[in-house]
Write a protein that binds this ligand. Sequence first.
Ligand SMILES: N[C@@H](CCC(=O)N[C@@H](CS)C(=O)NCC(=O)O)C(=O)O
Length: 210
Amino acid sequence: MRVYGDLGSGNCLKVRYTADHLGLPYEWIPVDLAAGGTRTKSFLAKNPFGEVPLVEFDDGRFLAQSNAIIVYLARDTELLPQDPFLRAKIDEWMFWEQYSHEPYVAVARFQMVYLRKKVSELDVKTVEGGEKALDILERALSGRAYLVGDKLTVADISLLAYTRLAHEGGFRLSHRPAIRKWIAQCERDLNISDEHSNERSTAAGGARHG
Ligand SMILES: N[C@@H](CCC(=O)N[C@@H](CS)C(=O)NCC(=O)O)C(=O)O
């Protein structure tokens, strides 16, 4: 398969973490957000949403939306339990990630890393939303190793991507020990550290966030 993405984007890293962990072979096709790579005619023909990540399978079909992609890649693996209730709890976290976590934590990070804003210049609602999301996550992770069940799942990968970069958006994790412990555990499981940080692009043009 071919994965269209930008290594500075947490949404794209979710796909990379999942595919690498599962040992799935793929070709990484870099899409330059700064140069408007998601808005070209040829890219929009592949993904009308005009966003990365995007996966092109060998049969020519495309799949967008990071959480949909990682659930699909993880089918029939230990990252996606068969138990219907555990599956529903995974959905619960992933829907929450898209509506109540990513729009704040990722957006604050985008504004600081790519638009070079200071914390004091961030929109108050973005900061408040991110703090609230991280507080919820901290409470949920207190006393447990993973978000759902007792093993790493795609719910952890989904939430991990931007939470481990939250400091780049001005959010502090020092008073959130459960999150820090969980990040360390997931990083060990996924065998990741900061390997992508040097490859991150420094400007994303008119992109909404990275
Ligand atoms: N809900 C989507 C969000 C994807 C998204 O926002 N992608 C950004 C990069 S993180 C993008 O491609 N932006 C392109 C643009 O705004 O032009 C997902 O989870 O995949």
